[in-house]
Each structure stands twice: as C-alpha cells, then as structure tokens.
Design a protein around this ligand. Sequence first.
Ligand code: B1M
Length: 210
Amino acid sequence: MTDLSDITTALISGDGDKVCRLVQKALDQGAPAADILNTGLIAGMDIVGEKMQSGDMFIPEVLMSAKTMNTAVEILKPFLSAEDMSSAGHIVIGTVKGDLHDIGKNLVSMMVESAGFKVTDLGVDVSPEAFVKAVQENKADIVALSALLTTTMPMMQQTIHALVESGLRDKVKIIIGGAPVNQEFADRIGADGYASDAGSASRLAKQLQG
Ligand code: B1M
C-alpha cells in the first residue's frame, strides 16, 4: 500500500514524476481520492507554505511544488466528487488597476488553489468594477487584491469602496498583499486581512473561511 506521506515528501521536493507515479499507484491500490488530496497533497502544500515563510524554500522551488500539485490534482479530478473539490470556497483574485506585476499574484493563486479553493484569476490591471462583477457572478467568498507599486495602493481602497457601493462588502472577505502594503494599510482601508507571502495568504484564506 502506498504510504501517503511519500507523496507529501515528493511534493515538497517538487518531484513531479514521482508524485504522479505515487498518486496513480495509490489510486490503483484503492486509496480514496479525497484522502490522497487531503492527507498526501494539501498537507504537503501546507508545509511548502511554512517553509516559504521561514525562508527554507525559495520561489522557484515553491513554483515547482505548486505546478506538481496542479498536475496531481488533474489526475485525481475524475475520482473526486464535487464536494471534495469545492470544500474550501471561491476566491476571486487579481492585480489592481494600473499595475501589471503578476508573478507574486500568480504564486498566491496557485497556493490557494493547492489549498482546495476554487480560483477565478482576473489577471492584471483589474478595475474595481471588474472585481465587483466577478464577485457577484461567482458568488465569491473571498476577493484577493495584489499591488506592487506604491502608486497603485490607493486602487485597493477604491476597489473596497466599489464593493461597499455595490452592496457586496458584507458578503465577501477581502485580503490584500504585495511588496508595498502591510497590515497597517490593510486596517486603514478596511480589508479583512493582509498576508506578506503566498503561504501566509493561503493560511489566511483558510482562517477567514473558518
Ligand atoms: Co516593476 N517595480 N515596474 N516590473 N518590478 C518593482 C515592484 C519595483 C519595487 C522595482 C524597483 O524600483 N526597485 C518598483 C516599484 C517601486 C514602488 O512603487 N515602490 C517597480 C516599478 C517602478 C515598475 C515600473 C513603474 C517601471 C517603469 O516602467 N518605469 C513598471 C510599472 C508597470 C506597471 O505595473 N504599470 C514596472 C514593470 C515591471 C515589469 C513589467 C518589467 C516586471 C513585471 C513582470 C510581471 O510581473 N509579469 C517588473 C518586475 C519583475 C519587478 C520586480 C523586479 C520583481 C517583482 C516580482 O515579481 N517579485 C520588482 C522589484 C522587487 O520586488 N524586487 C519591481 C517576485 C514576486 C514573487 O514577489 O510580487 O512581491 P511579489 O509577491 C510576493 C509578496 O509580495 C506576496 O506574495 C508573493 C510571494 O510570496 N504577495 C501577496 C503579492 N501579492 C499578494 C497578494 C496577497 C497576499 C500576498 O493577497 C491577496
């Protein structure tokens, strides 16, 4: 019987071939797909997030693990029920209007997806109106705003203002991040949380979902 902790270890190492082989083997041996996902893979991404935060893993390694996770989830998908797949909630994510930086935002997107969230990624240069529309259409639980420029930080506040104006503010949690922002700024503009890196963003999202 495949030991699911072997999957966790291989995922942390970013060894895509090994993870895919072990996931397939576990399925062939009758392990439930949800167990492989939760005990093998999501547990691994939680450790990746912790290692990233403590400086024991760097961005290229985190990307390898995240890509491996996505490939493994593709193998599992046909065996997972809708319930298994949608347990964590729906996140709408984007880089705010005027800002074209997307590497950090993509990392956050991959980490929260790996943690079991359904993700709608709006890309870069996203207007407040586009965030509002996506939150509405997807009945999102969380909206995640990224900004890398001091000049685009005010756009986060404008996006929150647009959510208030549209009557959606109380229905969605708002998290923000990006190099120039911090907890103090998040408190000032009325966000529900701030995360300094992708691992913390994933943990924060889970925490906000209770
Ligand atoms: Co630009 N850029 N850039 N840039 N760029 C910075 C941000 C800058 C700090 C460089 C510098 O001057 N030292 C500076 C900003 C200065 C400031 O405002 N304080 C800057 C500037 C000025 C500009 C331009 C204005 C340059 C110009 O044209 N004169 C221009 C602006 C264009 C625009 O956006 N309108 C510009 C353009 C670009 C490129 C297009 C060339 C390119 C972006 C390519 C891309 O993203 N596809 C680029 C890059 C690569 C950078 C640097 C070098 C690297 C950014 C990066 O990807 N870091 C950057 C300098 C630097 O940071 N050292 C710089 C790696 C990434 C993983 O980290 O994005 O911080 P980061 O994400 C982290 C956390 O912040 C957090 O998690 C991530 C990882 O754990 N995080 C979140 C991010 N979003 C989050 C959301 C969350 C939670 C956490 O919850 C929702």
